[in-house]
Write a protein that binds this ligand. Structure first.
Ligand code: PLP
Length: 364
């Protein structure tokens, strides 16, 4: 059977390996496996969410509130915008897809940093658009601007702040200067999946979402409950932008695109600020241990504004070998070999998980 030709060169996204797979393939007990591969919150989610979900499960027979009134109100209050500035997706992943469906096609290009979130390219390719990437792995605004000016057909430009999978983050004031130079017909997607972490580590990375979308009518800000809020399994994310952009994106949203439970989880998670700040504080405390571990063991790391750290190797070591060896001992990390980098990305775990990581790593 022949399929749409844009699918010919598309690879299936390889998600972080689930614990179940390691149990099956390596015969390791599930309780001995540590998953540090998908930037999930190692402390789970707020107890408040768990409590609310028990009750909410009784409504499993009913379709969710498709207006998502309560969740949008919660987000609108948090960001001091209106509900009409918000769209909710099954993860912010889905909102990335809406953005590309809305703007990209065979006659356009999309622009991004060389090593950034893989879904930009994957959803992009589905539209037939051309993919442009900077020479540098991390975000380089000079390179992005140069390429933007040299390619007049760019419809969507992605900035991942901070960047996954490398962890670096541009200063917000530099981003503002950059945005001034971008045409208002180009949609700029600012992916803030790790903003909650970045702004705690360094105020220069903090984005005032209301200010940004007010000043720049072409910016779509993305946030998610999957990382700091610990709700990856709930598939709940959102986009914030001018009501004009949001209205258009809504045309691409199917009804009931997130579940009754995901909605409730998002609503309750927003109410527990303390849970999030405790997790973030511990995250950065534990990250220092990884930085010290790298220095002590003769390899480099990229300073990170997220809940993961990228460890970089010299030619004497191979990241795929290391990831494979760790996997056999029950530790799942992300090898960045596929990105042309000799590096692994490790999600910061709980103190106990990290201690075990260091012990096992040293025994490889
Ligand atoms: C995790 C992540 C997302 C989206 O996650 P969802 O679970 O789909 O909300 C988006 N962008 C980046 C950079 C991420 O790391």
């Amino acid at each position: 059977m022949k399929f749409n030709s844009v699918l010919d060169n598309l690879k299936i996204y390889e998600a972080g390996k689930p614990i179940e797979l390691v149990v099956r393939e390596y015969g390791i007990d599930a309780k001995d496996i540590i998953k540090l591969a998908s930037n999930e919150n190692p402390r789970g989610c707020s107890p408040r969410v768990i409590e609310a979900l028990k009750d909410e499960a009784k409504k499993a027979n009913l379709y969710p509130d498709d207006s998502m009134y309560e969740l949008k109100e919660g987000l609108a209050n948090k960001f001091e915008v209106k509900s009409e500035n918000i769209i909710v997706g099954a993860g912010s992943d889905q909102v990335i897809n809406f953005a590309l469906q809305a703007k990209a096609n065979e006659n356009t290009s999309i622009l991004m940093a060389r090593t950034t979130f893989a879904m930009y390219e994957i959803y992009g390719r589905q539209t037939g658009t051309k993919i442009l990437k900077t020479p540098s792995h991390t975000h380089n605004l000079d390179e992005l601007l140069e390429m933007y000016k040299a390619n007049l057909d760019i419809s969507v430009l992605f900035l991942c702040l901070p960047n996954n999978p490398l962890g670096e983050c541009l200063d917000t004031k530099d981003v503002y200067e950059f945005l001034e130079k971008i045409d208002k017909d180009t949609l700029v997607v600012i992916d803030g999946a790790y903003q909650e972490y970045a702004k705690v580590k360094d105020k220069n990375k903090e984005i005032n979402i209301k200010d940004m979308i007010t000043k720049f009518s072409n910016v779509l800000y993305l946030g998610t409950f999957s990382k700091a809020y610990g709700l990856g399994g709930m598939r709940c994310g959102y986009g914030v932008a001018s009501s004009k952009i949001i209205k258009t994106l809504h045309k691409l949203r199917s009804p009931f695109n997130i579940t009754t439970l995901s909605l409730r989880a998002g609503i309750e998670a927003l109410k527990d600020k303390e849970f999030v700040s405790t997790c973030i504080e511990e995250n950065f405390k534990e990250m220092v241990r990884y930085e010290e571990f790298a220095s002590q063991n003769g390899f480099d790391f990229i300073p990170s504004y997220t809940n993961f750290i990228t460890l970089k190797y010299n030619d004497d070591k191979n990241s795929s070998d290391i990831a494979q060896k760790l996997l056999k001992k029950g530790i799942i990390v992300r090898d960045l070999g596929a990105y042309g980098m000799n590096a692994i990305r490790v999600t910061i775990g709980t103190p106990e998980q990290n201690t075990k990581f260091f012990q096992i790593y040293k025994s490889l």
